[in-house]
Structure formats: C-alpha cells, structure tokens
Design a protein around this ligand. Structure first.
Ligand SMILES: [Zn+2]
Length: 108
C-alpha cells in the first residue's frame, strides 16, 4: 500500500503541474523542469514543496503585492509574456537563418 502512494508522488514530480504557474509564478522549460518566472531559477524536479518554498521565501514581496487569485494571475501572465518575448529574441538571434520570427505570434 505504501508503495502505491510512493509511486504516485514520484510520477507527479516528473511532470510539471500547470496549476503552479498561477500560484507560484513557475513555468516549465522544454524538458518539463520548473523555471521561476521572476528570477529564472531552474529546478531539477517538480516537487511542489520546493517550488512553493522558493516562491514564498525568495519572492515574498511579489506574493504580498499580488494576492493569490486574479491579481496574481494577471501579474504572472505579464511575466510570461515578457519571458516569451525574450525567448523569441534569443531564438531570433541564435537561428538567424530563420527569417520568420513573428509567424508563431500571428498564429497565436
Ligand atoms: Zn524565483
């Protein structure tokens, strides 16, 4: 019985839970590892306690300024928008051969 419980927790830690974006300002990178949207710190696993502790300890001001709910969601959406922008800039710079940088934007 204890084994089933353990396996479930491990499985959960492997995949990024999108609910953590709204609560803790985390997103997932290409490999599914959580990345902090505020300071870009990357975590090796998806343990909720790690992500939550980082947010509450390192970004207490953000947590206080934007209370969980609509306010925080809005602030986090804005962070994601900025993160995507810089990601696109980076991609544009790295893959200069690809001359359609705004194609994905238009499609979205
Ligand atoms: Zn952070």
């Amino acid at each position: 019985m204890a084994n089933t419980k353990k396996r479930k927790v491990t499985e959960e830690n492997k995949t990024f839970n999108p609910a953590r974006t709204d609560s803790f300002a985390f997103t997932a990178d290409e490999t599914g590892s959580p990345v902090c949207l505020i300071c870009n710190e990357k975590f090796a696993n998806n343990k909720k306690s790690n992500v939550a502790r980082h947010f509450q300890n390192d970004h207490a001001a953000f947590a206080q300024k934007y209370l969980e709910g609509d306010e925080r969601k809005k602030a986090i959406l804005e962070l994601m928008r900025k993160a995507n922008l810089s990601k696109n800039h980076f991609k544009k710079w790295v893959m200069s051969a690809n001359l359609t940088p705004y194609a994905s934007f238009v499609a979205a």
